[in-house]
Design a protein around this ligand. Structure first.
Ligand code: HEM
Ligand code: NAG
Ligand code: NAG
Ligand code: NAG
Ligand code: NAG
Ligand code: NAG
Ligand code: NAG
Ligand code: NAG
Ligand code: NAG
Ligand code: NAG
Length: 326
């Protein structure tokens, strides 16, 4: 059947998700060319977790920051390079002095180049690393869709504007998700990744001392939690000191993030705002009361995020080093 007729049928039936999103990605993409890809990724992350309990959180965040800028194409991983005109996304405001785990991505790439040279893209490494990090932290496992290729360009301006900021408000954040085809269920489910990992005082300390120019703390902060956070982030203290995003089970992947929001213990403004009104509040309540429902939604939303505008077929390339184009 011609693509044209298929498209017409799709429009008539309005059931074209297989057609609109990228049917080219598939769970068995490397089944003949690199059958052990998942276990190779898993082993490197398992090693890294021995010395850094936070690394899984850092790795899933790389996939998020990659996918929101020009799609899931590993553009985030490219270093500055005057010869190839790369202005690195690593220096964009949401990433600088914040994203981490690039060395582990390089270790995964090196291991894969040994087993299956020139085969596995850096964009797929980020998707696989995200899944493995979640599952090794006690969260769900899923079949990662694969077949993405790597970008030969970066978009620093896009990284500055497309990645949500924790202080821009729920309306603006929702718009940034909608812009990449993700809805409010995806927003609430994916924010559940803040069940592990850390944030620096500089991204939330205004909530502790001078919220929105009021000279007072954010009134939505639990007062006990406020006192704890003020100890971690004293006024005029280090802007880079770290607090756990989930104060209850800080390195485990579970649904406690949502119970924290119900207790007014969301660390970022963007976290707590999910519990402030209407639709997002009721989704928070659903995920808090049922971990299986959260896990199922989280998996679906990770697949949705991983489907954002991948390069496939003959577009892009398979980087031999994730830091530079071939
Ligand atoms: C909804 C909008 C979101 C905002 C505003 C946001 C913002 C942030 C901020 C400000 C930090 C702390 C960075 C630092 O202090 O250096 C952070 C950390 C983190 N974010 Fe998000 N985030 C959002 C969504 C997501 C999504 C969709 C994921 C993944 C699916 C994610 C995963 C993480 C993880 C795991 C960490 C901890 C990273 C580490 O410890 O290295 N976030 N986020
Ligand atoms: C795949 O990994 C398994 C164990 O993890 C190993 O026994 C097997 O030899 C590997 N196969 C290839 C093709 O590397
Ligand atoms: C990043 O951290 C370095 C060293 O701590 C500091 O000199 C620099 O100003 C920071 N950059 C930004 C944009 O925060
Ligand atoms: C992105 O933001 C960073 C940090 O604020 C700034 O230094 C850089 O010039 C911006 N880049 C672009 C292309 O807008
Ligand atoms: C929300 O987005 C609008 C339009 O881009 C912008 O003017 C406004 O400053 C943003 N709000 C915040 C709090 O950043
Ligand atoms: C968001 O999209 C998912 C499909 O991925 C759908 O099941 C869900 O109902 C949608 N949520 C909203 C609030 O529209
Ligand atoms: C911040 O203050 C402005 C007015 O000063 C107000 O319009 C806005 O709603 C406030 N934002 C929050 C999150 O309280
Ligand atoms: C923080 O620094 C400001 C000015 O640098 C000063 O006015 C204020 O008293 C300091 N606060 C504390 C708690 O040290
Ligand atoms: C504050 O957090 C504690 C748990 O540490 C909880 O028992 C209490 O209900 C919370 N208070 C509010 C107002 O959410
Ligand atoms: C810039 O990229 C080219 C092509 O990938 C590479 O050969 C060169 O080593 C890179 N330069 C630097 C300074 O990394």
């Amino acid at each position: 059947m011609s693509p044209y007729i298929l498209a017409v049928i799709c429009i008539l039936l309005s059931t074209c998700s297989f057609y609109e999103t990228n049917a080219q990605l598939s769970a068995n993409f490397y089944s003949t060319t690199c059958p052990n890809v998942s276990s190779i990724v898993q082993n490197v992350i398992q090693q890294a977790l021995q010395s850094d309990a936070r690394i899984g959180a850092s790795l899933i965040r790389l996939h998020f920051h990659d996918c929101f800028v020009n799609g899931c194409d590993a553009s985030l991983l490219l270093d500055n390079n005057a010869t190839t005109n790369i202005v690195s996304e690593k220096d964009a405001a949401p990433n600088t002095n914040s994203t981490r785990g690039f060395d582990v991505v390089d270790n995964i790439k090196t291991a894969l180049e040994t087993s299956c040279p020139g085969v596995v893209s850096c964009a797929d490494i980020l998707a696989l690393a995200a899944e493995s990090s979640v599952s090794q932290a006690g969260g769900p496992s899923w079949n990662v869709l694969l077949g993405r290729r790597d970008s030969r360009t970066a978009n620093q301006a896009g990284a500055n504007t497309s990645i949500p900021s924790p202080t821009e408000g729920l309306t603006n954040i929702t718009a940034k998700f909608t812009a990449v085809g993700l809805n409010i269920t995806d927003l609430v489910a994916l924010s559940g990744a803040h069940t592990f990992g850390r944030a620096q005082c500089r991204v939330f300390s205004a909530r502790l001392y001078n919220f929105n120019g009021t000279g007072n703390p954010d009134p939505s902060l639990n007062t006990t939690y406020l006192a704890n956070l003020r100890q971690i982030c004293p006024q005029n203290g280090s802007a880079t000191a770290l607090a756990n995003l989930d104060p209850t089970t800080s390195d485990g992947f579970d649904n406690n993030y949502y119970a924290n929001l119900q207790n007014n213990q969301g660390l970022l403004q963007s976290d707590q705002e999910l519990f402030s009104s209407g639709t997002t509040l009721s989704i928070v309540n659903t995920f808090s009361s049922n971990q299986n429902t959260f896990f199922q939604s989280f998996v679906q939303s990770m697949i949705n995020m991983g489907n954002i505008s991948p390069l496939t077929g003959t577009n892009g390339e398979i980087h031999s080093d994730c830091k530079r184009i071939n």
